[in-house]
Design a protein around this ligand. Structure first.
Ligand SMILES: Nc1nc2c(ncn2[C@@H]2O[C@H](COP(=O)(O)OP(=O)(O)OP(=O)(O)O)[C@@H](O)[C@H]2O)c(=O)[nH]1
Ligand SMILES: [Mg+2]
Length: 428
């Protein structure tokens, strides 16, 4: 079965915690701190594998986690780094955040490898925290937490040209006529359920790729029929060949058909209206006498003033097909050669923690405590050893009104503030 989308859960590795330990040597009564640093957590990486062309594998495994970093050890022992996890995807895979549908990465063209979630840094061991005033630091930095996300993978067909139209108008017949592809052709609706790709080998040119998109119907943009699943493939094509049953073999009006499909395209994505479009007025071999001229003239009068050229063709006999292909190639050449890529809209690293709660409490006279996941996280990220880190820490307390709250509780100079095993003296 062809899978063109999959939902998975991904997680980077957590950083290993820093270690708290003290040197113990014979004849040395109180050795200094020697707790080692934790290892880095593994990154979660997506990589293009040119040999893949479906997302089938993601049907079986839905959870992907990079390895956590090991904690630091005694005697300055550095914890091992966690292994990265590399997820292989076919070219043209788009990674979106599941809940918002925002694009995280577009794995196509030059983008062959991208780190989607970074592993957490390892925490520093207590060996780093000895200062002249604190000889026995009982604190080590926790490792940075892992990052997790639910993502949706979508495989978009990368073709220069998309064949769109109602079911049964002859899209697959056309594809089989002009390319090496061998799609199923039959006289019923929705013969094609998955997009087929084919390469057009056009004399004197470097050819191009056509995708045969499954039949669209009214309401496709709202998910009716099979359209919704496949409309997204059209977004990536540069030129649209709009196939229509000009001979009305099923009794429908070709002009109304074209208008209906174009409305679906635009309501799915208004930018689709800007793509160059060419009409393949198919099944012209069915006409008798002057019928063809009458219908083609009507089509031309309706669409050519809008810049959409009409080509009478027969996908079965091959009549008119070459002319249409050369015109399509001309349109492709006119376009700016920039490949279509999807811009990044979602940034997993910029998760907003500003709503996480914290508590500021008076434990006893002269002792206060500040706690909460946000505080712990901040301490985990901050190297209090460095001047910059300490400045950041103070600014954080001020910006988040923590100092203000402490003052409201009646803190005085020289009192102690406890945060996750760390103790600070309060001075204005
Ligand atoms: N007379 C005639 N019949 C055609 C022509 N092109 C296609 N057909 C017939 O129309 C029917 C549908 O053709 P397909 O190529 O399967 O149509 P499709 O647009 O791919 O259909 P779906 O995959 O169902 O959307 C088949 O019976 C074809 O033989 C043509 O140029 N002339
Ligand atoms: Mg078909």
């Amino acid at each position: 079965m062809f899978a063109d989308s999959a939902k998975i859960y991904i997680r980077s590795g957590k950083g290993g915690d820093g270690h708290v330990s003290f040197r113990r040597e014979l004849y040395v009564p109180a050795g200094g701190p020697d707790g080692g640093d934790g290892g880095r957590g593994g990154d979660l990486i997506f990589e293009v594998d040119e040999g893949l062309n479906t997302l089938n594998e993601f049907r079986h495994v839905r959870k992907y986690c990079a390895k956590d970093g090991e904690p630091g050890g005694k005697r300055r022992c550095h914890g091992a780094d966690g292994a990265d996890l590399v997820i292989k995807v076919p070219p043209g895979t788009i990674i979106k955040e599941t809940e918002t549908g925002k694009v995280i990465a577009d794995m196509s063209h030059d983008n062959k490898r991208e780190i989607i979630l970074r592993g957490g840094n390892g925490g520093k061991g207590n060996q780093h925290y000895a200062t002249p005033t604190m000889q026995v630091p009982k604190y080590a930095q926790p490792g940075q937490p892992s990052k997790e996300l639910n993502v949706t993978l979508e495989l978009k067909v990368i073709a220069d040209v998309g064949l769109v139209g109602f079911p049964n108008v002859g899209k697959s017949t056309f594809l089989s006529r002009v390319t090496n592809a061998k799609p199923k052709i039959a006289n019923y609706h929705f013969t094609t359920l998955n997009p087929n790709l084919g390469v057009v080998d056009l004399e004197g040119t470097d050819g191009f790729v056509i995708a045969d998109i499954p039949g669209l119907i009214e309401g496709a943009s709202e998910g009716v029929g099979l359209g919704h699943e496949f409309l997204k493939h059209i977004e990536r094509t540069k030129v649209i060949i709009h196939m229509v049953d000009a001979a009305s073999t099923e009794g429908r009006d070709p002009i109304q058909d074209i208008k209906a499909i174009n409305e679906e395209l635009v309501s799915y994505n208004p930018e689709l209206a800007n793509k160059p479009q060419v009409i393949g007025a198919n099944k012209c071999d069915v006409f008798y006498g002057t019928e063809e001229e009458t219908v083609i003239t009507l089509l031309k009068e309706e669409f050519e003033p809008k810049g959409i050229k009409v080509f009478p063709i027969s996908a079965v006999s091959g009549k008119g097909v070459k002319e249409l292909l050369y015109y399509v190639k001309e349109q492709l050449n006119k376009l700016d050669q920039e490949p279509i890529t999807f811009e990044r809209e979602y940034f997993p690293d910029e998760v907003d923690y500003s709503n996480e709660p914290y508590t500021v409490e008076k434990v006893e006279d002269g002792l206060y405590s500040v706690e909460g996941p946000r505080i712990e996280r901040m301490l985990g990220y901050t190297n209090l050893d460095s001047e910059k880190g300490f400045e950041f820490f103070q600014r954080f307390l001020r910006d988040n009104n923590i100092i203000e709250e402490l003052e409201e509780l009646g803190i005085c100079e020289g009192d102690t503030v406890r945060m996750y095993g760390l103790e600070f003296d309060y001075y204005k």
